[in-house]
Design a protein. Structure first.
Length: 213
């Protein structure tokens, strides 16, 4: 199998596997969902990174005395094709945050199998993928809890897997709400801290001053 060095060499209408994925040597980050290729957004915005940190840090502290581990992108999470008897891996995604409580799923390449909790922080270029393709993938693969965070609207939804393997949505949470998790029992998070206002004008003024020095 030849090495791919430029994404333009790939056919976006074709299905690929993890075996193909490992031969790709270009810099652009991509994901595979049900065999199809998806571009990832460019480097996350500062706001995206701050929200990710405000979610991941308290979870990491909460997990310090447990067997669960938190990983953040770039971190490959691989899923088998549920309909393929050969167990081909046709899904490789990089969730913003993954919590994995089964150590046997973690290897040197990332995670093989469903994390217990996944958090995706929406961006304009990825919202459709996160709300449709990834929603379906995480549900059918058995991800117990899926958080979808919307930085623009400053809100989030929690989807929890029921006994029939279907996601049940929470109400829409926003600033002022304190959320909890069925997967991380005893954990709570104040969304006022997550969506704390940031003075971008002051920040940009500092940057301009710094650039003049």
């Amino acid at each position: 199998m030849s090495t791919i060095t430029d994404i333009s060499q790939l056919d976006f209408d074709k299905k690929y596997t993890y075996k193909d994925y490992l031969t790709w040597k270009f810099k652009e980050r991509v994901e595979l969902i049900k065999g199809y290729l998806f571009r990832m957004s460019p480097a996350p915005t500062s706001e995206h990174q701050m929200i990710s940190n405000k979610i991941s840090t308290p979870i990491t502290i909460f997990l310090s005395d447990t067997k669960c581990k938190l990983f953040y992108a770039p971190f490959d999470v691989r899923f088998y094709d549920q309909n393929d008897p050969t167990k081909a891996i046709t899904n490789v995604v990089q969730p913003d945050i993954s919590v994995i409580c089964d150590p046997e799923k973690i290897d040197r390449r990332g995670c093989l199998g469903a994390p217990d909790l996944i958090v995706e922080i929406l961006s304009p270029s990825t919202s459709e993928k996160d709300l449709t393709w990834k929603y379906d993938l995480y549900e059918e693969s058995g991800v117990k809890e899926y958080w979808v965070v919307n930085p623009t609207e400053k809100n989030m939804m929690i989807y929890t897997l029921d006994h029939e393997g279907k996601y049940q949505p929470s109400r829409l949470f926003t600033r002022g709400d304190v959320i909890s998790s069925l997967v991380l029992k005893g954990f709570s998070l104040n969304l006022s801290d997550v969506f704390e206002p940031f003075d971008w004008e002051a920040h940009e003024a500092i940057e301009r001053t710094y650039n003049r020095v």
